[in-house]
Design a protein around this ligand. Structure first.
Ligand code: PMP
Ligand code: GLU
Length: 400
């Protein structure tokens, strides 16, 4: 009899975490690797947040807290939703967990039954399908490509809904493509879902503040207020405040779901770290003036990558409207041979070749459901970006 539960065979280790770990291991071993696999800002957590955390520790915030978030943090989250998104949310509609990942896991575990379908536009963040599968659900993918800006059309959404559909997952800005949905596009998707009252919307807004070209951010419930009671809005402090290691994410949604999530968390992890919650209160209540500088820096780096790679050797690099990744399509590289005679059969082969021979760490498109492609992160310095792009072009040039 197998010792490991069969449900574990339904998922794979997070490919983005695996890629980051591979890069860090090689760097620790002294290799000159350009780490373009990073899924986190390279900036430090702003100092006012660290100082608030230190003061909170000195003031004794070192104990268990309410299981799904302190009252103070829930109030700060409600104020954030009101201020940034025009959403009226009560504290009892908010759940806080150890990162948006745990919050998403809680939402899906509390709602997905065996055979339930969850619509996931591809390319998708790696963890959505696996969390659905772990819970016995079936991810139903909607394929998009660079020609449509990696956006789902209302017609595609309509065709994907069945009587078993539980959720439609929307992630804007998207990881890995950086696609940002406009207000009009969100309204058009809402129009489809109005016809299917059994479908709920799960929006992952974690990259909300990292959007470029002066665009204005809109979230689904904000522009479809009549659908707010069947929308769950997920966000967190990881990306906007460079707080990935602190592990605080949150969701606002219907009371029945939020209560179920609290029950689940009370039997699994318990409360997210007290000190991290205090830090998140400071982050959400503080001034976010620093974000303009971060956005300008990310935007310049994005432009540099696209300028260096787009169109060279058949690489296709749509300019992402948000997040910190460029999703590079590589249709012309597949089937080519390396100087050692190995055939590049797919994007994993290319990503491994790039890492082993040219020392650039990226993530293969197959992890995100749209191939052949790779994800290159610009959460790294311009100097590293320039070195990495030179190496990517060297790798492309070496293939015959
Ligand atoms: N959603 C998306 C789209 C992400 O890229 C990430 C990054 N890890 C997360 C959720 C989870 O973020 P965290 O758990 O750090 O809050
Ligand atoms: N979200 C980041 C990424 O996609 C961090 C790794 C992860 O949690 O998957 O790279």
């Amino acid at each position: 009899m197998e010792f490991i539960a069969s449900r574990m065979a339904r998922i794979v280790p997070s490919p983005s975490i695996a890629a980051m770990a591979r890069a860090k291991e090689l760097i620790a071993a002294g290799e000159d690797v350009c780490n373009m696999a990073a899924g986190e800002p390279d900036f430090d957590t702003p100092r006012y947040i660290i100082e608030a955390a230190y003061q909170a520790l000195l003031a004794g915030e070192t104990k268990y807290t309410a299981v799904d978030g302190t009252a103070q943090l829930k109030r700060a989250i409600c104020a954030k939703f009101e201020r940034d998104n025009g959403l009226a949310v009560r504290p009892d509609q908010v759940s806080v967990g150890a990162g948006a990942k745990q919050v998403l896991y809680n939402i899906l575990t509390c709602s997905v039954e065996d055979g339930d379908e969850v619509i996931v536009p591809a390319p998708y963040w790696v963890s959505y399908p696996d969390i659905v599968r772990l819970n016995g659900g079936v991810p139903v993918f909607i394929d998009t490509d660079a020609s449509s800006g990696f956006k789902v059309t209302p017609e595609q959404l309509r065709k994907s809904v069945t009587s078993r559909t539980k959720w439609f997952i929307l992630n804007s800005p998207n990881n890995p493509s950086g696609t940002v949905y406009t207000q009009e596009e969100l309204v058009a998707l809402g129009e489809v879902l109005r016809h299917y009252p059994h479908v709920r919307v799960l929006t992952d807004d974690i990259y909300e503040h990292l959007i470029y070209d002066g665009a204005k951010y809109f979230t689904f419930a904000q522009v479809n207020p009549d659908l707010a009671d069947r929308t769950v809005t997920v966000n967190g402090v990881s990306k906007a405040f460079a707080m990935t290691g602190w592990r605080i994410g949150y969701a606002a949604g219907p009371r029945d779901l939020i209560k179920a999530m609290e029950k689940l968390q009370s039997q699994t992890s318990g409360n997210p770290a007290a000190v991290s919650q205090a830090a998140a209160v400071a982050a959400l209540n503080g001034s976010t003036d620093f974000l303009a500088g971060w956005r300008a820096e990310f935007e310049a780096r994005r432009n540099r990558i696209v300028e260096l790679l787009d169109g060279r050797f058949g690489l296709v690099c749509p300019k992402p409207g948000g997040a910190f990744y460029v999703y590079v399509s590589i249709p012309t590289l597949i089937g080519k041979q390396t100087p050692a005679g190995d055939v590049i059969r797919n994007d994993s082969d290319f990503v491994m070749y790039l890492l082993s021979q040219y020392k650039v760490a990226t993530v293969q498109g197959s992890a995100y459901g749209v191939s052949p492609a790779f994800r290159i992160s610009f959460a790294t310095s311009t100097a590293t970006i320039e070195r990495a792009c030179k190496r990517v072009l060297g790798a492309c040039a070496s293939l015959r």
